[in-house]
Design a protein around this ligand. Sequence first.
Ligand code: NCN
Ligand code: DMD
Length: 355
Amino acid sequence: MQSAIHEITGRITAPDEKSSLQAVLHLNNLTKPPGSLGRLEALAVQLAGISSTVKPSYTKRTVVVMAADHGVCSEGVSAFPQEVTLQMAFNFLTGGAAVNVLARQGNAEVQFVDIGINGELSHPDLIARKVRMGTDNMAVGPAMSRDEALQALLVGVQVAEEAVQNGTDLFITGEMGIGNTTASAAILCAFENVSPELAVGRGTGIDDAQLRNKIRVVNQAIHINQPNAADPLDVLSKVGGLEIAGLAGVILGAAANRVPVVLDGFISGAAALVARALAPESISYMISSHVSGEQGHRLMLQRLGLEPLLDLGLRLGEGTGGALCLHLIDAVSHIMNEMATFESAGVSGAEIGNQ
Ligand SMILES: O=C(O)c1ccc[n+]([C@@H]2O[C@H](COP(=O)([O-])O)[C@@H](O)[C@H]2O)c1
Ligand SMILES: Cc1cc2nc[nH]c2cc1C
């Protein structure tokens, strides 16, 4: 099964530099001072390189929501009980969660994957790929086995590959899992040698005493498990989560198929750390939609070398920030496709020497 990972990571190569360069030239010909569309221009150049076209348009956008439970919830790390993951699953499947609303508004489809919910559910639209009924408590031992982490990663790769075969040309990562900000913080600590005080945040809204306990739990998880930063599957299995593994797989699957992948918040960022550790070039295919209100996300993005597009204080997860960014990606598509050039509009360019 390990060879299946090599199969996918081996297919991840650098984006198309020629298209990126053409996008820069096209942007400089459009009727605006060079660089005046700011970060949208950088996004246009990145998308050109990924999609090998200066004038991209994304017609089938897929939000993949990976859902799973976390044994570490027994340590009192979340403001909500673990059952909320299963209860919310029905809400996603019936279209009532925030991401369903924002995805509809952004013309995207939501795919909901049970990769490790601690409970039974069935629905015609459910993608049922449960690896196990939630993880074990990482504060006392590994969250899961190495084989289970690998299985979950490959579920993500397969979900992405199937979506691409069905026409998906843009991915958004989303998740649901009570307790998953604890696993994500532990992953940040393990890969980046960050102290738990800086990595741990309030998640769904814990108070000061619960925050101190959560920092203690992450410290203990790192101390007991000794995750090896040089071995991404070791980190993922010891202090990760099934949905985080699944999302890392989605990111790798997207990059291998040269499809852009828009990252949501803190948990998606943890999956990005795993994906980058497995395939460094995968970072070129990632777009950070926003910096979450979760303490640790800004630092995480800095370590990933990604600049978030939005800073709205969102801390919901699900893919909500990613879905909101569809409007910015569409703005880029329209700019590249529809704006007049200096020549076509008969507008004088900048004076030579003034540029
Ligand atoms: O995406 C984020 O940055 C984010 C920040 C805080 C919380 N969440 C969501 O809240 C849940 C995890 O919070 P917690 O407190 O249970 O670890 C999980 O379902 C996430 O989708 C998500
Ligand atoms: C209600 C609720 C909805 C969520 N969506 C993502 N994480 C969540 C956590 C809670 C508690």
